[in-house]
Design a protein around this ligand. Sequence first.
Ligand code: BDR
Ligand code: CA
Length: 312
Amino acid sequence: RHKIILDTDPGIDDAMAIAYAIAHPEIELLALTTIFGNVRTHEATRNALALLDHWGSDADVAEGEPAPVAMPGNEPSYLVHGRNGFGEIDIPASRRSKHALDAVDYIIEATRKFPGEIVLCAVGPVTNLARLLERDPDVVTRIKAVVVMGGAVHRKGNVTPMAEANFWNDPHAADRVLGAQWPLVLAPLDCTMPVVFTPDYMQALARESPGLGEPLAAMAEFYARFYRSHMGIGGCVPHDVMALSWLTVPGAFRLQKGALAVITNGPAIGQTLFQPGGTQSRARCFDGRPDHMVMVDTDPEMFLADYMMVMT
Ligand code: BDR
Ligand code: CA
């Protein structure tokens, strides 16, 4: 089983990923570590605890950084995910407390306890990961893999013409995380945007698996309103779960190898830069950077069939 720590800012598509992690027989969800983005960090912690309780998981919740590494924080995405992060759907508050360790120390401890076994899946701004590299540089030797949902490689952004939301919310952290020497897979908008959860699909999910599916279908109605009005899409895009599906249905994705960087100032702040692997003369901004794997396309049918199967 994959031992997973999911770093998250729940968030509607975050909730869709959390449900999948709980339901999947091949995933052992050790913890949710929280971050700002869709909501503020303390709200992400509240939401993470509430979802785990609601779905009967005793995974830990460790709270992450309150602000980006090198700039003031942007306003949370309440417009997209609702004021409570769940499209105004009520998930009862948990009576459990967050873990005594903060997110970064939690990950350090967990990778000491299970060296070479932990996959860190980050589906929000990667501030906690940047701080992790700073606090314990050796962590790169103990982590099995890092999978990051963020960025836009061969396509446009979703917050500005260039920037995807997670990278835009902490571009300096994203640049450090993508430049680090650890085994990293990037799940950018290129692999998430081809997949749409239509209203029909969400209704089927709610019918087949009411416990997990009903709250998600209700949240998806709110989320889909944003996709309809801003992008003309008839449904919503479940970005975050793609970081988990990479482990559980790798055949659904097309990969490209290359070096990555993120622009940290100016009008293109948050833009992802990519240089395909094997390129003989590298642009200077990629100096010293390792090649990573990038999920550049998805087979939507295969992804959708797997999600439905795991959840029901
Ligand atoms: C990412 O931004 C957030 O709003 C979503 O939860 C996802 O992680 C998509 O750009
Ligand atoms: Ca997210």
